[in-house]
Design a protein around this ligand. Structure first.
Ligand code: PAF
Length: 302
């Protein structure tokens, strides 16, 4: 393994140091940690978009030192999923990270994260990983095992005070919150709102797979969620509100894998709005992409 530190500079004098090995990361963070500098971690799989940028901005504003991880984690992709074609552009990601004021990018090779003999996984059990994307007919619990394991490793490797995630992966965020609480990992988890294109499409690295016509159809997911939210807040039972959402999807010839209303924290299905926030989540294949999106309905905050 080449342990040389690489510093990338951009045209406007921004620079970021790229670390490929845990030993480098530990060495780089030793002094800041001794000096009680606050550390923010933004875990990413790269191919950065404005959703990532919002996480980097929050980390930069709130923490003394910002680490971004850049690692396409193979264990969270199922057989037949898009690991091989997942979009990658490290040069561009490093430039954007430098411009966002990131101090260190931790971009390890697969064998640094999963060396020979690797045998431990982190599994959050129960409805959190069994419903929505965790349904065995969809991505399944193995997906969240892959996410929880790599996030636990990143939290252990970096030891951040705060780690930032996007609300777009609402189920992932709920799983990570549960894991951090259950394993007493001393970190604050910040989940920031979905960032959308002007027409409403939730930003995602996977939007790169969309042909122009499918890109247009994809906007129906956010329209469907808005229809569910509006109907529910107007007093319709959730089943009726969900039917309004399904009609929006059908109008764009989209058959969802799911469009469901559940408790925002436990992800248990809900039939009424009630007191606690409701998460309405959707997943659908649109052309070559599998898209997910969601909206939170907080009755206390209409
Ligand atoms: O949300 C992502 O990009 C990934 O699931 C994460 C959290 C970086 C773990 O690989």
């Amino acid at each position: 393994m080449d342990l040389e530190l690489v510093t990338r500079e951009t045209s406007n004098d921004a620079a970021v140091t790229v670390l490929r090995a845990k030993a480098q990361l530990r060495a780089a963070l030793e002094r800041p940690r001794r000096e009680a500098v606050s550390i923010g971690l933004v875990p990413t799989m790269g191919y950065l978009h404005d959703g990532h940028a919002s996480l980097l901005r929050a980390a930069r504003a709130e923490c003394d030192l910002v680490v971004m991880s850049l690692f396409v984690n193979p264990t969270q992709f199922g057989p037949g999923e898009d690991l091989d074609r997942y979009p990658r552009d490290e040069e561009r990601d490093l430039r954007l990270a430098a411009e966002a004021g990131v101090d260190f990018v931790y971009a390890p090779p697969v064998e640094e994260v999963y060396p020979e003999g690797f045998a431990t996984t982190v599994e959050v059990r129960g409805p959190l990983t069994e419903v929505l994307d965790g349904d065995p007919a969809r991505r399944g619990a193995a997906h969240f095992r892959g996410v929880a394991t790599v996030v636990a490793k990143l939290l252990n490797s970096v030891g951040p005070d705060v780690a930032y995630f996007g609300q777009k992966d609402a189920q992932q965020a709920a799983v990570i919150r549960r894991m951090v609480a259950d394993l007493d990992i001393p970190v604050r988890i910040e989940v920031l709102p979905i960032v959308r294109e002007p027409d409403g499409l939730a930003m995602s690295s996977r939007n790169a797979y969309l042909e122009p016509a499918d890109r247009e159809r994809g906007v129906a997911l956010s329209r469907a969620l808005a229809a569910v939210r509006d109907a529910a807040l107007a007093g319709a039972p959730l089943a009726t509100a969900l039917a309004a959402g399904r009609a929006e999807l059908a109008a764009a010839a989209i058959e969802p894998e799911y469009l469901e209303a559940c408790d925002a924290e436990t992800l248990e299905q809900r039939s009424e709005l009630g007191e606690r926030p409701v998460l309405v989540a959707v997943a659908a294949r649109v052309g070559a992409a599998r898209l997910i999106d969601n909206v939170l309905i907080d009755p206390a905050n209409r």
